[in-house]
Design a protein around this ligand. Structure first.
Ligand SMILES: [Zn+2]
Length: 209
């Protein structure tokens, strides 16, 4: 899979210390494009980032070498322990959408500027405060699956994921394999239930544990 490495963070924006990896964490950006998120990280002094961002058209940006690390989980009291041993993948997406009078809006704001007109996923019931979400694109899921396979191979990360993709549990802080940010934090809605876990399980040949 071609990976775009033309846009890189400076070393001040991540921690250029090599750490052993046994975990991949999937996120979504809550933003317009991959580039808008990368540009935001460049202005943020807290070294928050992920090594990969998957654009809506399926292009994968690697913004720093995944053997290094950055803060991407926000787990209180952990000292960055899980951030250090995990590789983060951000999927460009507006995330949770707000419904009002037959229309959907981004960023929890009802305005002309935040009106959402792209394809959405309807969970049919609220999950983590939202029923509707910006749908991940087919090419994004394909790119994520290819990237997972590549990284598991490269870093010898266990090819496994939990059967439960809806609930958070502190026990997942010890998990090795593939997780969503939502597994680790009950206040996070990335990745949302429209993520095609079964397809990724099949394409990456993941064990469900
Ligand atoms: Zn996240």
């Amino acid at each position: 899979m071609p990976i775009n490495k033309t846009i890189r963070l400076e070393t001040k924006d991540y921690i250029p210390t090599e750490t052993k990896k046994d975990l991949i964490i999937l996120h979504h950006t809550v933003g317009g494009t991959a580039l808008s998120t990368i540009n935001y990280w460049k202005t943020d002094p807290n070294r928050i980032a992920t090594a990969y961002v998957v654009e809506r058209d399926g292009v994968v940006y690697e913004v720093f070498d995944p053997k290094y690390w950055a803060f991407h989980l926000g787990l209180k009291g952990s000292g960055g322990a899980v951030d250090k041993r995990s590789i983060g993948i951000e999927i460009a997406s507006e995330g949770g959408l707000t419904y009002r009078d037959g229309k959907l809006y981004c960023f929890d704001v009802i305005s002309d500027r935040t009106l959402f007109n792209q394809e959405h996923y309807d969970h049919g019931m609220p999950w983590r405060g939202y029923r509707f979400f910006d749908a991940y694109s087919d090419v994004q899921i394909s790119a994520v699956a290819e990237l997972i396979t590549q990284l598991c191979d490269q870093f010898n990360i266990p090819t496994q994921t939990p059967a439960n993709h809806f609930d958070a549990d502190d026990a997942y802080r010890q998990f090795a394999g593939i997780l969503g940010h939502h597994h680790l934090r009950p206040d996070k809605s990335d990745v949302h239930p429209g993520f095609e876990w079964q397809r990724v399980i099949d394409e990456c040949k993941l064990a469900v544990v």
